[in-house]
Design a protein around this ligand. Structure first.
Ligand code: DTR
Length: 339
């Protein structure tokens, strides 16, 4: 009797020990490894910079087996467009998405991609931008770690009134930032600078009569409701970067850093491809449900519009050279990367 109960106690202890150690083994990685990161973005959730953010979050959480958890903040709820770079450097957000065109003087090298160089779509622009960054590693990024870069598709005029000739666009108040503003100015329009989120109100109030950007915003931002005309100019992209606080990045385990770096080019390609697909959907939707008229410039008119832009590249080269940058090489490289 005594012998039997001694064995059953031993057996029970053995089972308990096994269960506890199993629990410990399965819990340990999650407990020891949970790294919480926040990611700030400035435009609203349905727009492409935020869609790419959610895709990146899902991929990181999957590829680190839940070791990293990302909390996303779309719509400027953590940091707005213009405070993004400094906010990430200061650690107000661990990760942030910047549109470089909103600070043209700060990101001179990477903003060269917004020159009218004939980038044909977002995929080409995104990969060329990332290659340019990797080649020149511009000073502007010395206080952050770049997680990826991408671009939107070439710009077109979306307006409340039809624009068919240079006379039509003359003096028209159109929203644009950075390099795109220069393009509009060269065509004789009156560019009004503001980040994308401010554009909705400006259109509603009539402060601007339209905007110059990639066409996915007709659907994503519902601009098709107010802008019933699109003039197909197909020029000028906006470069974006996803940046991370340097100290926070340095504190990550090596395997997590590897996941981030392995995703750098893949995310760029994914975003460019996603954007190009969204453009097609947006065009179809604008035509079919919003009755938007798409205006193609005649060959003669297009030549006039293009002719107005050539000085922009020369001017950029001159200014960048004065700042000690290898300006001609940068332009040559972009042209080679987009082939
Ligand atoms: N064209 C730039 C960048 C841009 C294009 N689509 C979106 C959507 C949300 C924010 C920015 C952008 C611009 O007009 O700001």
């Amino acid at each position: 009797m005594v012998k039997r109960s001694f064995f059953s106690v031993l057996l029970t202890l053995f089972f308990l020990f096994t269960i506890v150690s199993c629990l410990f083994v399965f819990q340990a990685p999650a407990m020891a490894g949970t790294i919480d990161l926040n990611y700030a973005n400035f435009p609203p959730a349905p727009t492409f910079p935020c869609v790419q953010m959610e895709r990146w979050k899902v991929e990181v959480e999957k590829r680190t087996n839940g070791q990293v958890s990302i909390k996303t903040f779309p719509g400027g709820t953590l940091l707005g467009a213009k405070e993004m770079m400094d906010g990430v450097i200061a650690g107000q957000a661990d990760i942030g998405n910047i549109c470089m065109a909103y600070q043209p003087g700060r990101f001179i090298v990477t903003n060269a991609t917004s020159l009218p160089l004939g980038i044909k779509d977002a995929k080409t622009g995104s990969l060329a931008l990332l290659k340019l960054y990797e080649k020149y590693k511009p000073e502007a990024f010395k206080d952050v770690v770049v997680l990826t870069m991408f671009a939107n598709a070439p710009g077109n005029v979306m307006s409340k009134y039809p624009v068919k000739t240079l006379d039509d666009i003359k003096g028209m108040d159109l929203r644009a930032s950075g390099g795109a503003a220069q393009i509009l100015k060269a065509w004789g329009a009156n560019p009004v600078g503001m980040p994308m989120p401010a554009t909705v109100e400006a259109l509603q109030k009539g402060t601007v009569k339209g905007l110059f950007s990639s066409l996915e915003v007709m659907k994503d931002n519902n601009f098709a409701e107010m802008c019933k005309y699109v003039t197909l100019t197909e020029t000028g992209i906006y470069p974006f970067a996803v940046i991370m606080n340097k100290a926070k990045y340095a504190s990550l385990p090596e395997d997590v850093k590897k996941v981030f770096m392995d995703l750098k080019e893949e995310q760029s390609l994914w975003t460019g491809t996603y954007m190009d697909e969204q453009i097609q959907k947006s065009i179809a939707w604008s035509k079919e449900t919003q009755n938007v008229e798409f205006i193609s410039l005649s060959a003669a008119e297009k030549a006039k519009w293009d002719g107005k832009l050539s000085f922009i590249i020369d001017d950029w080269i001159k200014t960048a050279k004065e700042k000690g940058l290898p300006a001609e090489d940068i332009v040559k490289d972009i042209k080679a990367f987009i082939q």
